[in-house]
Design a protein around this ligand. Structure first.
Ligand code: ADP
Ligand code: MG
Length: 158
């Protein structure tokens, strides 16, 4: 990811968010710098997924802001957020079970700019060779771990 500003890659400031009228997060602030990996720890129901859902546009912020590369993305829809280069690799895989491995990767690449499908697929296959071996097999026929590889591969394609 090339950063166009000198500030943090991702800046979450005073974020409150939830689902409809159900408030979950209140006043969360986190900065993520370029090349930094940030881990969020907490018990079940603490709001970790809701935080990520707020960044990817699935949950709706009610206060505060989220900025990516200096650009305000607060309240953007998921399909807009993903085109800026933010991908949410969901818990529980959520791959398309009735599509092949390759078809899952094709679906993930739809609408993206930048790198070609072939170039990205080569990167994913290098990272997870088993996906190349199983490319024409149904996603549902793979093991849990292999399906997780596909979920990560799909996120990288997007
Ligand atoms: N789709 C939803 N609609 C309403 N409430 C939700 C939804 N998803 C999660 N919640 C609630 O939000 C709170 C935080 O959940 P979540 O962010 O999934 O926690 P974590 O990922 O840390 O386990 C919980 O009280 C949960 O019941
Ligand atoms: Mg969660």
């Amino acid at each position: 990811m090339t950063s166009t500003t000198s500030g943090p890659l991702l800046r979450i400031a005073g974020l409150s968010s939830g689902y409809g009228r159900v408030g979950v997060l209140e006043g969360i602030s986190i900065d993520v710098d370029p090349h930094e990996i940030v881990v969020i720890l907490g018990p079940n129901g603490a709001g970790k997924t809701t935080l990520l859902n707020s960044v990817s546009g699935v949950a709706r912020p009610t206060a505060g802001s989220i900025a990516f590369e200096g650009r305000d993305i607060t309240g953007m829809r998921p399909e807009q957020v993903v085109r800026l280069g933010i991908t949410h690799c969901p818990e529980g895989r959520q791959i398309f079970q009735r599509l092949t491995v390759e078809e899952n990767l094709v679906a993930a690449h739809i609408g993206r700019g930048g790198k070609s499908f072939e170039a990205l697929r080569a990167e994913v296959f290098e990272l997870f060779p088993v996906l190349k071996e199983r490319r024409n097999g149904m996603a549902s026929r793979m093991s849990g771990g292999q399906q997780q590889m596909l979920a990560i591969g799909r996120a990288l394609m997007a």
